[in-house]
Design a protein around this ligand. Structure first.
Ligand code: SAM
Length: 304
């Protein structure tokens, strides 16, 4: 099978898999099965493969057919999955979050700057799409998402430019949107000026940060035993959320800051951080797959 997506940090992911153990791994973002197939080939684990994109999941089903006795499939958002499953012997939770190369490359989804559509949904069931956001959000709402999700310096100017443009006509395509952004960009930078604007809209449309926060909260609420959590993210906003959650998970004391002396027993550490610093792609991987450039992997192990 020709795969439309190269898995990132594959060796690094595999370094957290114990090939001799049995149990379950949930791949929250199975995508094209790139990580899953390697785990199935090399270990004894059974897999639950989830993805909210039905097309990606169908591809994975086909690709993992040789292992069908060891895999089941779910088509949901990852924040929902963990708390709905009752899994004994859950060894690994893997989430390689973000957009697959296939989604980025598929014209009709409107993720790329030259696309004739403007959609950006990873899941067709999602009600919100990019066209709605750029044509209906108020100027302050646009400013907020550009500032918070894109860290766009000129966020006010961009929001204003979009609102001025749409007074005359609807913005119909990603191409049209990137032209508006380009015309209103002041500084020359190596990055295509639309990159951060598109990132911000994509995060809004797919509720990417909300999904990640809910995933982490839900993992915590089911108190997994001995489970390793492996998370790969692609921008600093996500990495920060993960880093902070891990820090919270290793806190021994959970007393309110206002108390003078610890009253909680000082034994609330949930496990240990397995990656002091996030793991990143080496030069060889970046050369072979430039999209791995921004990937960061962090891993955590819950107490047994
Ligand atoms: C980077 S790709 C994963 C690629 C996969 N690891 C592989 O090697 O083939 C990310 C996948 O996560 C899915 N995804 C993103 N956010 C999701 C969410 N909140 N719930 C479920 N799936 C999600 C996307 O649809 C996409 O297929």
């Amino acid at each position: 099978l020709n795969t439309p997506h190269i898995p990132v940090l594959l060796d690094e992911v595999l370094s957290f898999v114990d090939f001799s153990e049995s149990g379950i791994m949930i791949d929250m973002t199975a995508g094209f099965g790139g990580h899953s197939i390697e785990v199935l080939q090399k270990s004894k684990l059974d897999l639950i493969c989830n993805d909210k994109d039905i097309k990606a999941l169908d591809f994975s089903k086909n690709r993992l057919n040789d292992f069908k006795n060891r895999v089941s499939f779910i088509n949901k958002t990852f924040s929902e999955v963990i708390k709905e499953l009752e899994v004994d012997n859950l060894k690994i939770i893997l989430a390689d979050i973000g957009v697959s190369s296939y989604q980025l490359d598929e014209e009709y989804r409107g993720f790329s700057f030259n696309s004739d559509s403007l959609d950006m949904r990873m899941d067709d069931r999602n009600e919100l799409n990019a066209k709605y956001v750029v044509n209906n959000y108020s100027i302050t709402e646009l400013e907020d998402i550009f500032k918070n999700y894109g860290e766009v310096r000129d966020y006010k100017r961009m929001a204003f430019a979009i609102c001025e443009y749409r007074k005359d006509k609807q913005i119909e395509s990603a191409k049209e949107l990137s032209q508006i952004v380009a015309r209103n960009t002041r500084k020359f930078s190596k990055l295509n000026p639309a990159t951060l604007i598109f990132q911000a809209i994509r995060i809004e449309v797919n509720d990417e940060l909300g999904e990640l926060k809910k995933l982490l909260d839900n993992i915590e609420s089911v108190s997994p035993k001995g489970t390793r959590v492996i998370l790969i993210s692609f921008h600093s906003l996500e990495d920060r959320i993960i880093k902070n959650k891990f820090k919270q998970w290793i806190k021994k004391c959970i007393c309110d800051e206002s108390v003078m002396r610890c009253e909680c027993g000082n034994n609330h550490q949930k496990g240990k951080i397995l990656t002091k610093k996030p793991l990143v792609a080496n030069d060889k991987e970046i050369k072979n797959n430039p999209r791995s450039r921004s990937a960061k992997l962090r891993a955590f192990e819950f107490n047994a």
